[in-house]
Design a protein around this ligand. Structure first.
Ligand code: ZN
Length: 304
């Protein structure tokens, strides 16, 4: 069955392909590294993306264009970072001109999808907010089509995450799924405050992407901005503390894996914590659950 309509990027009437809101290789990798081999499909509470969500958005030519940017991103950034379990050995990863295009393509897809879903669910935003979001979307679209040299104030920022090594937060105030949340799963969320949009957040496993919409002080974000021609991600960065608070709040909205574990699963987790389990044979889910237990204790992680 084919669906025809107007391509949301180039505006031509054409046969539309099913586009993944979050690139397919991200979904595939998350499945491959999870404990069960498949992903849980979350209910769309808080307008979260369902895993592997697809929309008829783009014509074949625009879909091909997106693929050209996705391939180098997956090879040079996503896989090297996602598969590095020691994470000290990889400090910085370099990128070329494909990076900003890729990032804008994800933020544009995510925000377009988010606004459609919000309207379907009759979530209303202020006129001011919608106007600002429309400006961001049209700027991103023009950048993707090559009509603008850069996305102007609608910057893209990328953060590579892993399990937390130490924190100045009191662990009592942190959700006990924090390490799993930071490194696992796919989420899309529109951050806003006081009726003003801040950024569209797309979390692709251990890679976090922010498309700025109304960030007042972008200079507070040090070392995360993606540049037009080339640059590096990872290494030393500095983020406003409100962003960590945002992630903590978001983690609390995820009803995380509170199902009963089998004896065998508990055994794997315990051996992972003790360091007796060969890391290569341990799924990322187990590794991150072990990190949560290490940080918050078994009773909190397994409590209902
Ligand atoms: Zn098109």
């Amino acid at each position: 069955m084919t669906t025809t309509g107007t391509c949301q990027l180039c505006g031509k009437d054409a046969v539309l392909e099913e586009s993944h809101i979050v690139p397919k290789f991200v979904i595939r990798h998350q499945k491959k590294t999870s404990a069960t081999g498949y992903m849980r499909s979350n209910k769309a509470v808080n307008l979260r993306a369902q895993d592997g969500h697809k929309e008829h958005m783009l014509c074949g030519a625009c879909e091909d264009l997106f693929n050209e940017w996705e391939t180098p991103f997956s090879n040079h950034i996503y896989y090297p970072w996602a598969s590095d379990q020691k994470h000290q050995s990889l400090c910085e990863l370099s990128y070329g001109a494909w990076m900003l295009k890729f990032a804008v393509s994800v933020s544009w897809r995510a925000l377009t999808w988010y606004m459609k879903k919000a309207s379907d669910e009759q979530v209303s935003f202020s006129k001011e907010m919608v106007a600002e979001i429309d400006k961001a979307l049209s700027t991103w679209k023009r950048f993707l089509l090559g009509e603008l040299p850069h996305p102007d104030k609608y910057q893209q920022h990328m953060i590579l995450l892993d399990a937390i090594e130490r924190t100045t937060y009191d662990s009592d105030v942190l959700p006990s799924n924090l390490n799993r949340f930071l490194t696992r799963g796919i989420y899309i969320n529109l951050a806003h405050s006081d009726g003003k949009p801040q950024f569209i957040y797309t979390k692709m496993g251990k890679v976090s992407l922010l498309g700025f919409i109304g960030i007042k002080y972008p200079r507070q974000w040090v070392g995360t901005k993606l540049h037009v021609k080339e640059g590096v991600v990872g290494g030393d960065i500095s983020l406003p503390s409100q962003f960590m608070d945002y992630l903590i709040e978001l983690a609390k909205t995820v009803p995380e894996l509170q199902k009963k574990l089998s004896e065998r699963q508990i055994d794997v987790i315990k051996r992972t914590i003790d360091g007796n389990q060969d890391r290569a044979s341990t799924s990322e889910t187990y590794r991150m659950m072990a990190a949560d237990i290490d940080m918050f204790g078994e009773s909190r992680v397994f409590s209902k």
